[in-house]
Design a protein. Structure first.
Length: 304
C-alpha cells in the first residue's frame, strides 16, 4: 500500500522539452512578466545549440529511479519541477492520490539559499495543502558520498591534460543576486566549504571558486564570474583550466551551453585548454548521498 511507504519528491528547476516550450517556460520563470523578442530568441538559440530541449527531466527521473532502488521497498520516489512539467503541484496531486501520508522533499541542488531551495520548500508546502506531512532536506553539499563523487570526477578530468599538476582548477556554481547576502544567506559559505572539502580530498593547493550563469537583470549578482577569472588568470600566464561545476548535479543548459559553448569559445579565443568534470547525473555516489539524506530525514521524523 502506498500509504505504508514514505514518498520522496526530488525537485529540480525544470526546462523546456522542445523549442516550442521555451516561451511558456520563460513566462513561468519570469512570473508572468513579458519576455522581450530578443531575449526569447537568445534563449531559444541556446536550447537549439544543445539539442533543442533540456535533458533535465529525463536525468532527474534517472536519479529518482536509482534513489528508489537504493532506498528499497519502504519508499516511493517522485519527480517534480519548479518551472515546467511535471510541476511540483502536479506531482503533489499524484502523491496525494496514491495515499502517501509523509513526503521527504529533496532539491537537486546541494547548497541552501532562501532564493533557490527556499523557493522549492514554499512550493512544496503550498502543494501539500495539509494532505500529507513534509520534511525538506535543506542542504546536502557536505555529504561524504557527494564530495567523494565530485572528487572522483575531478581526478578523472585531470587525466585529460598532459600536465595535470599545471592545471588551474575552478569550482563553479550558479550565481544569485547579491541581495541574499544582507540576510546572511548561507549559500556562498556552503559552496566554498564543499569546494574546500573536495580540494582537500585531492590534495589541491591552488584552486579558485567562481560563479556562472548570472541572470540578465539590473541587480548585481554574486561574483567573481568564472569567465572573468579565466581571463585574469590567462593574462597571468595560465594555459590549462578545469571547471568543476560543484553547484550542479546534472547536465542542463548551464552546463551544456554556458560552459560547453560560451566558456569553451572564450578559451579558444585566449588559446587555452579548458575542460570540465563530467556531470554526476545518476552517479552511484550522488545516488548514495541523496538516499542517505532521505533516510536521515525520515528517521528524524519517526517515519522509519
Amino acid at each position: 500500500m502506498a500509504a505504508d511507504r514514505t514518498a520522496v519528491l526530488l525537485m529540480a528547476y525544470g526546462g523546456p522539452g522542445s523549442l516550442d516550450d521555451v516561451e511558456p517556460y520563460l513566462n513561468d520563470v519570469r512570473g508572468g512578466r513579458p519576455t522581450s523578442p530578443e531575449l526569447l530568441e537568445e534563449i531559444r538559440d541556446r536550447y537549439a545549440r544543445i539539442g533543442g530541449r533540456s535533458p533535465i527531466l529525463e536525468l532527474t527521473r534517472a536519479q529518482a529511479a536509482a534513489v528508489e532502488h537504493d532506498l528499497g521497498g519502504g519508499f516511493q520516489v517522485y519527480v517534480g519541477m519548479r518551472h515546467w512539467h511535471p510541476f511540483i503541484r502536479e506531482t503533489a496531486e499524484d502523491i496525494a492520490r496514491a495515499g502517501h501520508r509523509a513526503v521527504v522533499g529533496v532539491v537537486m541542488a546541494p547548497h541552501y539559499s532562501t532564493m533557490s531551495v527556499g523557493a522549492y520548500e514554499k512550493k512544496l508546502l503550498e502543494a501539500a495543502q495539509g494532505r500529507f506531512q513534509t520534511a525538506l532536506v535543506r542542504s546536502w553539499g557536505d555529504h561524504p558520498a557527494f564530495l567523494e563523487a565530485v572528487s572522483e570526477r575531478l581526478a578523472q578530468a585531470l587525466q585529460r591534460f598532459s600536465s595535470p599538476a599545471a592545471v588551474q582548477v575552478i569550482f563553479t556554481a550558479h550565481s544569485l543576486p547579491e541581495r541574499i547576502l544582507a540576510a546572511g544567506d548561507p549559500y556562498p559559505d556552503e559552496l566554498r566549504a564543499s569546494a574546500a572539502a573536495v580540494a582537500t580530498r585531492r590534495g589541491l593547493k591552488d584552486w579558485r571558486f567562481a560563479y556562472q550563469s548570472a541572470g540578465a537583470t539590473a541587480d548585481p549578482w554574486l561574483g567573481p564570474d568564472a569567465g572573468d577569472v579565466i581571463t585574469e588568470l590567462a593574462a597571468a600566464g595560465r594555459k590549462a583550466f578545469l571547471l568543476v561545476p560543484i553547484g550542479f548535479v546534472c547536465d542542463h543548459v548551464e552546463i551544456l551551453y554556458d560552459i560547453d559553448v560560451e566558456y569553451r569559445a572564450l578559451a579558444e579565443r585566449l588559446g587555452l585548454q579548458l575542460e570540465r568534470t563530467a556531470s554526476l547525473n545518476d552517479d552511484p555516489g550522488l545516488v548514495a548521498a541523496v538516499a542517505g539524506v532521505v533516510r536521515t530525514a525520515a528517521r528524524e521524523r519517526g517515519w522509519l
